[in-house]
Design a protein around this ligand. Structure first.
Ligand code: PEP
Ligand code: MN
Length: 338
């Protein structure tokens, strides 16, 4: 349920209303906008008398929220959320590009790629240390030492780091990580979602391979229910009958999610297509669709990459793409925040 409060409402009356709602055993989420203040009620609102609330002097309108996601719902928070990652904002008018290799492979590799993506204008470095691989015989990542190497690359370049946590068992190693990624395969690992929500860090939540947008929003809700409001959603392609691309990039997810939620939404054209030639057109399409950012795989030697070489851009290809993104952003009313 959401209550829109009149602009001229007195603080005392407002606080009385909040206390009354809390006494009913509900949580409140207050969002102050330019034109009105919205109170979101979270919990079992079936016993709340909507007619009674409507009659209060300070109340403009009351509306039941049918959707099961509350904190993530745009009705609760009409303005776009801007997630701040070490001074780089994502969401609102701000567009960010996260770039780096699929996996951290060596100090030389991660530092070379970090310097190259920074030079091209990326504002965050990605790199997997714990890799969720389909085959148990495939490269599983450098794990703890991979995190150490990412931190070295951060010290060298100043780029905040984004890396995937595959299990609650490793969470202590992520203390200095700037953004914790929850990968597609773990989107509905509810215990993991609860634990990352407790860290209070920005969380990059990727859509599952076969999950609906409502399920994605419910997973964001798990994180937010722990008090962590800094969630970035990521469309990374879904399973369909099509076999010519690794996944099918569901770009309509971007405008649909923009309507449903205030959280930033980024697109991963690398895992969506599986093919480096398709990364540029789908990146530009994502900008056109209104995405708040991109996460792109870049490797200094894709032919010898230990993971996902076929979808990785070389640094010079990435730089050329960044130039085109920069040209497109003003057309869609956005800007790089760097
Ligand atoms: C990744 O970004 O490294 C990754 C494994 O992606 P996804 O979870 O989307 O498959
Ligand atoms: Mn990858």
């Amino acid at each position: 349920m959401i209550i829109a409060v009149k602009k001229q409402c007195e603080e005392k009356q407002f606080n009385n209303l909040i206390d009354w709602i809390k006494d009913l055993g509900l949580d409140v989420h207050v969002s102050h906008g330019d034109h009105s203040t919205v109170i979101g009620l979270i919990g079992d609102t079936s016993r709340v008398d909507i007619d009674l609330i409507s009659t209060l002097d300070i109340v403009e309108s009351v509306q039941r929220v049918q959707e099961p996601y509350k904190n993530a719902n745009r009705k609760f928070h009409p303005l776009d959320t801007e997630v701040d990652i070490s001074g780089h904002k994502i969401g609102g008018l701000n567009f960010q590009v996260i770039a780096g290799p699929c996996s951290v492979e060596s100090e030389k590799q991660i530092i070379e790629v970090a310097l190259a993506v920074k030079d091209a204008g990326a504002t965050m470095l990605r790199g997997g240390a714990f890799k969720p691989r389909t085959s148990p015989y495939a490269f599983q990542g450098l794990k703890g030492s991979g995190i150490e190497l990412l931190l070295k690359a951060k010290a060298e370049t100043g780029l905040p780091i984004v890396t995937e946590l595959t299990s609650v068992n490793y969470i202590d190693m992520f203390k200095d990580v700037d953004v914790i990624q929850v990968g597609a395969r773990n989107m509905q690992n509810f215990e993991l979602l609860k634990e990352v929500g407790k860290t209070g860090k920005p969380i990059l939540l990727k859509r599952g391979l076969a999950n609906t947008l409502q399920e994605l929003l419910m997973s964001a809700e798990y994180i937010m229910a722990e008090g962590d409001c800094e969630v970035i959603l990521c469309e990374r392609g879904i399973r369909t009958f099509e076999t010519m691309t690794r996944n099918t990039l569901d770009l309509s997810a971007v405008p649909v999610l923009k309507e449903k939620t205030h959280l930033p939404i980024i697109v991963d054209p690398s895992h969506a297509t599986g093919n480096s030639r398709l990364v540029e057109p789908m990146s530009l399409a994502a900008v056109g669709a209104g995405a708040d950012g991109l996460i792109i795989e870049v490797h200094n030697d894709p032919v010898h990459a230990l993971c996902d070489g076929a979808q990785s851009l070389r640094p010079e290809q990435f730089k050329a793409l960044m130039g085109k993104i920069g040209q497109m952003l003003p057309i869609v009313g956005r800007k790089f925040d760097n």
